[in-house]
Design a protein around this ligand. Structure first.
Ligand code: ADP
Ligand code: MG
Length: 256
C-alpha cells in the first residue's frame, strides 16, 4: 500500500532544475533505494519530500494530504529524516540529541516524560550507540554521529523514514548492521523507507526496489535486477560497468 505519493515533482534553485517531473509511490513495508551520480538531485528530492524545501511544481501526498500544508509537528510524526549534511550542535550529548526526536510528542507544557527517555535509550541501543549516550556530539567520530542521528530518527517513531546517505561515514560492519536494521524496520514493523545509497551493491542487496535518478529525472524504478543493468548504469555513470549474477544470492553484482 502506498503511504507517500510523489506527483510530478520538480525542484529548482533559481532557474536551474535539480529535480524534474518525478513521480513514484513509496509503499509500507518496503525499502526503496534512491541511487544516481553526484548532483543528480537525490538530496533535493529527499528535501522536497520531507517538506524542508518547497517544490517548484508538483506535490508530495502523505495519506492523501499535501506535505506543504501540514504543520511541522504533524509532518514530524509521519516522517523522520536523516539529512546528508546535518548540522549537529556539538555541546549536546548523544542522548539529548536523540531526545530531540521526541519533540513532536511533547505535551502542551513542552515536557519530556520518562517514557521519552526510555524510547531515546532504546533507539540508541538499536544502532549500537547506547554506550555513547552521555558523550558530547562534538567529540564523536563521523560514523558515531551518523548512528546517533539515525537513533534520533527512530525515536520519532514514524511510519516513514527518509535516509540520505546514512552509511557514508560507517565502516563495513556498521553499514551492514544499519541496512539490516533498516530492512527489519520495513519487514517487521511495516515502515516505508526511502534511502539514498551510493553503493550500488548495497542497494542491490538490501532494497526491494531501486529508483535511478539522472540529471533530476527518474530514469528507472523497479526491482534491482530490472534497474541495475549494465546498459543503464554505464550510460548514467559514464564509465563502463559490468553487472554479474551474484554467486550465492538472488541479486545482481556490479563491478567497475
Ligand atoms: P545529489 O544529492 O544527487 O548529489 P543534489 O540534490 O544535492 O544532488 O543536487 C542537485 C543539483 O542541485 C546539483 O547540481 C547541485 O549543485 C544543485 N543544488 C543543490 N543544492 C543547492 C542549493 N542549495 N542551491 C543551489 N543549487 C543547489
Ligand atoms: Mg546528496
Amino acid at each position: 500500500m502506498v503511504i507517500l505519493q510523489v506527483e510530478n515533482l520538480s525542484v529548482r534553485y533559481q532557474q536551474r532544475a535539480a529535480v524534474s517531473d518525478v513521480t513514484f509511490g513509496l509503499r509500507r513495508g518496503e525499502v526503496l533505494a534512491l541511487v544516481g551520480p553526484n548532483g543528480s538531485g537525490k538530496s533535493s528530492l529527499v528535501r522536497a519530500i520531507s517538506g524542508a524545501l518547497s517544490p517548484f511544481s508538483g506535490r508530495v501526498l502523505l495519506a492523501g494530504q499535501d506535505v506543504q500544508r501540514l504543520r511541522p509537528a504533524q509532518r514530524a510524526r509521519q516522517m523522520a529524516v536523516v539529512p546528508q549534511n546535518a548540522l549537529i550542535p556539538p555541546a549536546f550529548t548523544a542522548l539529548e540529541t536523540v531526545l530531540f526526536g521526541r519533540t513532536p510528542y511533547l505535551n502542551f507544557l513542552g515536557q519530556l516524560s520518562a517514557s521519552d527517555e526510555q524510547i531515546a535509550r532504546d533507539s540508541l541501543a538499536r544502532v549500537e550507540a547506547l554506550t555513547l549516550a552521555e558523550r558530547r556530539m562534538g567529540e564523536l567520530s563521523g560514523g558515531e554521529q551518523q548512528r546517533v542521528l539515525l537513533a534520533r530518527a527512530l525515536a520519532q517513531q514514524t511510519p516513514i523514514l527518509l535516509l540520505d546517505e546514512p552509511t557514508t561515514h560507517l565502516d563495513l560492519k556498521h553499514q551492514v548492521n544499519l541496512l539490516t536494521l533498516t530492512r527489519g524496520l520495513a519487514r517487521r514493523d511495516g515502515l516505508a523507507v526511502l534511502i539514498v545509497l551510493h553503493d550500488l551493491n548495497l542497494a542491490a542487496q538490501y532494497a526491494d526496489r531501486i529508483a535511478l535518478l539522472d540529471e533530476g529525472r527518474l530514469l528507472a524504478l523497479g526491482a534491482p535486477t530490472s534497474v541495475l543493468t549494465s546498459e543503464m548504469l554505464s550510460a548514467v555513470y559514464d564509465v563502463p560497468l559490468s553487472v554479474l549474477a551474484h554467486p550465492t544470492q538472488n541479486h545482481p553484482l556490479i563491478a567497475a
